[in-house]
Design a protein around this ligand. Structure first.
Ligand code: IMP
Ligand code: MG
Length: 181
């Protein structure tokens, strides 16, 4: 494992994102909708870096099966999403890879009829984007490498690492089917 983005760099950038949201959503009814499970670490840090009134809600998306490192089928669970009518929603995910998850999340969130929907991610793998959508807010553009830490998993592990690390090829195995978002 090699460090791609250090804890210090993440901390500084998350504070900047918090300041941006604070400015852009002042006087607006902001709901930050964290995408389980990958966004939880970012969610906890970003809301504390944001100083305008906001609500926190959760939605679940899973597209990676177990130890696979390429996209699988997308499944979205909206059972935890509260009433969003009249709210300005920022969908918060860990990473924008192909973008298919974020497109699916937009569709799912539209059903709740919010005033506006924007997207925010910590990481954006720009070379792999397959959709017309781009994240409205992002922390870092990264190369096409499989990363873990700060919420991102491989086979549901490594989420607790305080930095973003790159998995070396030897560490990755193309087996397993368990869902982990
Ligand atoms: P997308 O639909 O291809 O944009 O994939 C988004 C989802 O795939 C993210 O929410 C992550 O759960 C997962 N993902 C994509 N790339 C990585 C990675 O490098 N490491 C860990 N998870 C990833
Ligand atoms: Mg995820």
């Amino acid at each position: 494992m090699r460090t791609l983005i250090s804890e210090t760099e993440i901390d500084a950038r998350v504070r900047e994102l918090g300041a941006t949201l604070t400015a852009e959503y002042a006087d607006r009814p902001l709901t930050i909708l964290g995408v389980l499970t990958g966004s939880i670490v970012l969610l906890a840090d970003l809301i504390r870096a944001t100083s305008t009134p906001l609500r926190v809600a959760l939605i679940q998306a899973a597209s990676y099966g177990g130890t696979r490192t390429s996209p699988g089928e997308l499944s979205i669970n909206n059972a935890l999403v509260p009433d969003l009518k009249g709210r300005d929603v920022v969908i918060l995910d860990d990473i924008f890879d192909t973008g298919n998850t974020m497109v699916g999340l937009y569709e799912a969130v539209k059903e709740f009829d919010p005033s506006s929907i924007k997207s925010a991610v910590l990481l954006w793998k720009t070379a792999r984007t397959e959709v017309d959508l781009e994240p409205d807010y992002f922390g870092f553009k990264i190369p096409d490498e499989f990363v873990v830490g700060y919420g991102l998993d491989y086979n549901d592990e490594y989420r607790h690492l305080p930095f973003i690390g790159v998995m070396e090829d030897d560490d990755l195995q193309q087996v397993g089917e368990n869902m982990s978002g």
